[in-house]
Design a protein around this ligand. Structure first.
Ligand code: PXG
Length: 442
């Protein structure tokens, strides 16, 4: 690796870091300078196990040769092609390859550059779809409490995280929210899908009664809520949501930015739960996190509703300069090849029982009030320090990093989502790090 990459900058002030305690970080920086497979190397030369696949995205592990090579080759061949009114072969190839692994009926792909953009795109497609069909009164969007749908205005409007919403004004109008499904009093320490709470989907009927179905365009939910601490849907909940949406002509959007590309041991969460939505938003794992890219999958009926009017006219007034960027496409193709060759889109299912046992072995350790798991995702919820929410989990994050494991915390919840290449031995190692940390912190 070049010394340029390894060198520590001597002034950290210019970079305003995203979703970071900037002042804390800059006093004690945690710098990563290299990565390979399951590990990072820090600027002080330590190996740190990646317990979170970066930010839930590096599903195939780090610096995988097929992906690196694909990017390198593409950068020297066709670096950019205009995304509007022009095409290039690999963006079409990629769309076909994605449709091949998507749930049946998801026949079309719209490219974006991030999960947030995928969400905005799906919400806009939902609104425009109803309008194109002559149901332009369907303008309301329904999200869910504790939902995370990125940071743009549509996403924070349908999202349900107070701190992501409260500073930013009145947001989109015409939005309502389902209740979240986190019922620790009934479901704590459940392995896999919890028993209680399917009836919370019936709240959608209440919302429909309040606003009338003719005003509602779409419902958007994460099949498994990631950012707010791995909230796993109660058994039967998603099927119920699907049925209610179908009954009332409301589109169902699954935000699979985290759950897409093998996280649950199936290619998509829609496969895991046997529930097919009308639109799926993705990003992250589509390129293994290596080059920014997102994609929205749409059912044929939705796409086809736009394909009328004069043929020389643009059908959907939406898109980004970098939609289907050639280098992102190359990274995505290299990623899909890697997933296929190594069976990574289903490997989580093989590892899930071991993962579940390892995680739940933390029951009884200090501060632990709940443990949840599904596929290769897990959460360990800690009792907050009285009057100082988030502090305990943040100490766990710092201590784990010092010991050699990167974990993620949200509130007082530790979330784990390792690369899908993790071995059983590495699962034990990761969980042992967490166990030791729980015993160390106040
Ligand atoms: N939808 C969902 C379900 C997500 O989890 C986004 C949309 C937005 O994606 P972009 O690419 O715009 O960030 C996300 C992103 C965390 C964490 O640790 C989660 C995300 C991003 C960063 C950190 O919980 N999710």
């Amino acid at each position: 690796m070049s010394n340029r990459l390894k060198a520590m900058p001597n002034d950290l002030s210019a970079f305003w870091m995203p979703f970071t305690a900037n002042r804390q970080f800059k006093q004690a920086p945690r710098m990563l300078v290299a990565s390979k497979d399951m590990h990072y190397t820090t600027s002080d030369g330590r190996k740190v196990m990646d317990g979170t696949a970066g930010l839930w995205c590096v599903n195939a592990g780090h610096c995988r040769p097929k992906i690196t090579e694909a990017i390198r080759e593409q950068a020297g061949e066709l670096d950019y092609a205009p995304a509007f009114q022009m095409g290039h072969p690999i963006v079409f190839e990629l769309a076909n390859r994605l449709v091949d692994i998507a749930p049946a009926g998801m026949d079309h792909v719209f490219f974006t550059n991030s999960g947030s953009e995928s969400v905005e795109t799906a919400l806009k497609i939902a609104l425009a779809y109803h309008r194109a069909r002559g149901e332009g009164s369907r303008t309301r969007l329904i999200g869910r409490e504790r939902g995370y749908h990125g940071v743009n205005f549509g996403g924070i409007s349908v999202g349900g995280i107070v701190s992501n919403r409260k500073m930013f004004g009145t947001l989109l109008g015409g939005v309502d929210h389902l209740p979240h499904t986190h019922l620790p009093a009934k479901n704590a320490f459940t392995k896999g899908e919890p028993e209680y709470g399917a009836e919370l989907a019936d709240e959608l009927e209440r919302i429909v009664t309040l606003h009338d179905a003719s005003t509602i365009a779409a419902v958007i939910v994460e099949p498994v809520a990631g950012s707010t601490g791995v909230l796993i849907p109660p058994k039967g909940y998603l099927k119920k949501l699907r049925d209610i949406c179908t009954k009332h002509g409301i589109l169902l959007i699954f935000d699979e930015v985290i759950t897409g590309f093998g996280r649950l041991g199936t290619p998509f969460a829609a496969d895991y739960f046997g529930v097919v939505p009308d639109l799926i938003t993705t990003a992250k794992g589509i390129t293994n996190g290596v080059v920014p890219m997102g994609a929205v999958f749409a059912k044929k009926e939705i796409h086809d509703a736009f394909m009328n009017g004069p043929e020389h006219m643009i059908e959907l007034f939406h898109g980004y300069t970098y939609s289907g960027n050639p280098i992102a496409c190359a990274a995505a193709l290299g990623t899909l090849d890697t997933y296929k060759e190594e069976g990574l889109l289903t490997r989580g299912a093989e590892l899930a029982p071991h993962w579940e046992e390892a995680l739940h072995s933390l029951k009884g350790e200090p501060h632990v009030i709940d443990i949840r798991n599904i596929g290769l995702v897990g959460a360990i919820e800690l009792e907050p320090i009285a009057g100082q929410p988030t502090k305990r989990a943040f100490s766990a994050f710092i201590k784990a990093f010092e010991r050699g494991a990167l974990i993620r915390t949200t509130g007082d919840i530790i979330a784990l989502s390792p690369p899908l290449i993790i071995t059983k031995g590495q699962i034990d190692e990761l969980i042992d790090h967490v166990r030791e940390v729980l015993r160390m912190i106040d």
